[in-house]
Design a protein around this ligand. Structure first.
Ligand code: ATP
Length: 243
């Protein structure tokens, strides 16, 4: 479970995020939605500990970064929008690094990794350097590294751009399997039709604040749009003036 309470923060002393609160319960997928510049990446940077809040608290599976940094970091796995890889490490070495960082059982972790590598057709590339892979292949490496962990929270930033349709399908299957196993998933995306289909609830960010959050049914009620799709609700939100 991810719990964000009254988070105010950003890059300097002028906050980008203002009193952001939401939760991602165990066994659920939450879509983080908003216009360019609304604060989605900034929220994610706070959760993964890259930025420090000016105010507020972030709890992952009962841990805070301040109380127990290692437990907090091991409780979450992150797939960034832009793959981050070490030029001097092979694919195999990247995955070994994940096993060490997350203190994973080697046999079980490699079994999970091999299964995903086969799906992503990377199983014959373990001794290659992913730094030379195509963008989509690099993204797949980041996905395998994240999904081989036992994390309680999975954060996926813009998962659908750059992946081929088969890979998107495979990624969604991995996300659903983690959800079924009781993990919580936060997915930032502009692909609203897919978000509507797969997410259980949504957080709509606008100008660094939560404009609305909840299930599609709750959002429809909030915006007074009985038959609306997530797309319709998004357009209604953007048409509103700044609050
Ligand atoms: N490194 C940075 N330093 C200062 N301000 C930043 C930095 N990165 C982002 N911002 C500002 O923070 C605000 C929120 O940006 P953020 O990247 O969180 O938006 P986003 O919702 O992820 O947008 P997008 O959909 O374009 O990825 C913007 O006003 C942006 O200019």
């Amino acid at each position: 479970m991810l719990e964000i309470q009254q988070l105010t923060g950003g890059y300097g002393t002028v906050p980008v995020l203002k009193n952001v609160s939401f939760t991602v319960p165990d066994g659920t997928i939450t879509g983080l939605i908003g216009l360019n510049g609304a604060g989605k990446s900034t929220t994610i940077k706070h959760i993964i500990g890259l930025l420090h809040p000016l105010k507020g608290t972030i709890t992952v599976a009962g841990h805070t970064l301040q109380a127990d940094a290692q437990a907090y970091r091991q409780a979450l796995a992150y797939v960034p929008e832009t793959p981050v890889l070490y030029p001097e490490l092979t694919l195999k070495e990247h995955l070994e690094l994940t096993i060490m960082a997350y203190d994973l059982d080697e046999k079980a972790a490699w079994a999970r990794a091999h299964d995903m590598l086969r799906r992503f057709r990377l199983d014959n590339k373990l001794d290659w350097f992913p730094d030379n892979f195509s963008k989509g292949m690099k993204q797949k490496v980041m996905i395998v590294a994240a999904f081989m962990t036992d994390a309680q929270l999975f954060i996926i930033d813009e998962p659908f751009t750059g992946l081929d349709p088969l890979a998107v399908h495979d990624l969604l299957a991995l996300v659903q399997a983690k959800k079924a196993a009781g993990a919580s998933v936060l997915m930032s995306t502009h692909i609203l039709a897919t978000a509507q289909q797969y997410a259980d609830q949504f957080v709509l960010l606008k100008d660094g604040q939560v404009r609305a959050d909840g299930t599609l049914a709750q959002l429809k009620q909030e915006f007074g749009l009985a038959d609306a799709s997530l797309d319709d609700i998004y357009l209604a939100m953007t048409a509103e003036g700044s609050r």
